[in-house]
Design a protein around this ligand. Structure first.
Ligand code: NAP
Length: 239
């Protein structure tokens, strides 16, 4: 299950997991056309792919859509891998930040991670196997001016990753975070890529597939002893 699987990093993750043979649940908020594009790309790889439309910022919608899916699928299907990827940016300096800009960013990344994970955790724990990956950011590690809301949301996810990892380690459920730097996607389309690339040692933005490759490793059996970690994918940008 990948939240925010319709576009960008989430889509690349869906495709990577489909290549590994996983059936995919693709969550998205509203962009149905792109969600269907991801779904078709997964199906073309020979796996099943279902769309689950809900706002990760709404515990009510999560309960209604994901909760209902889990209940109906209980006997035949189990979510083994959860990638909490859905996120938004609403950047502005703190002095100008509205309550809405603060709460929407926190509710989507941090709140979404909490409410979605709580739904899927018990079956994973009972199954004694699971992989949870939280998409955080360089911004949550070092803090970025103009992103007090986003940095707080991602730093909160990092703390939650470390705490939850300790709660469920005995049940073979690993919980890790990936901290991308600048990755080409709709989220960064408004940034000056040429200019910003100058401060990145690799002198370029990353590709969604380069983040998805790490997800592929972290969900694999080989990564069984890695938990509670935050791993950066940022072209060497100092954190
Ligand atoms: P993106 O291209 O803007 O795509 C965002 C995805 O999240 C879309 O699939 C969108 O669904 C979904 N989404 C947004 N709000 C949602 C909500 N409330 N409920 C459900 N789905 C929601 O973003 P991206 O660049 O791929 O980023 C993916 C993740 O990586 C985010 O958490 C982001 O913070 C993190 N990240 C990105 C970068 C970067 O440079 N791109 C760097 C560090 C971290 P719809 O298509 O339906 O709108």
């Amino acid at each position: 299950m990948v939240t925010g699987g319709s576009r960008g990093i989430g889509r690349a993750v869906c495709i990577r997991l489909a290549e590994m043979g996983y059936h995919i649940l693709i969550n998205y908020k509203g962009n149905e056309t792109e969600a269907i594009n991801t779904q078709n790309a997964c199906i073309a790889l020979g796996v099943e792919a279902e769309l689950l439309r809900f706002d990760v910022g709404s515990s009510v919608e999560i309960e209604k859509v994901l909760g209902a899916w889990i209940e109906s699928a209980a006997k035949e299907k189990i979510i083994e891998v959860l990638v909490n990827n859905a996120g938004i940016r609403l950047d502005t300096l703190m002095s100008f930040m509205s309550d809405t800009q603060w709460s929407q960013v926190l509710d989507t990344s941090l709140g979404g991670m909490f409410h979605v994970t709580r739904q899927v955790l018990n079956p994973m724990v009972m199954n004694r196997f699971g992989r949870i990956i939280n998409m955080v950011s360089l911004s949550g590690l070092k803090g970025m001016a103009g992103q007090v809301n986003y940095s707080a949301a991602k730093a909160g996810m990092i703390g939650a990753t470390k705490a939850l990892a300790q709660e469920v380690a005995r049940r073979n459920v690993t919980v890790n975070a990936i901290a991308p730097g600048f990755i080409q996607s709709d989220m960064t389309a408004d940034l000056d890529e040429k200019d910003l690339s100058q401060m990145i040692p690799m002198k370029r933005f990353g590709k969604p597939e380069e983040v998805a490759a790490l997800v592929g490793f972290l969900v694999s059996k080989e990564a069984a002893y890695i938990t509670g970690q935050v791993i950066s994918v940022n072209g060497g940008l100092y954190t």
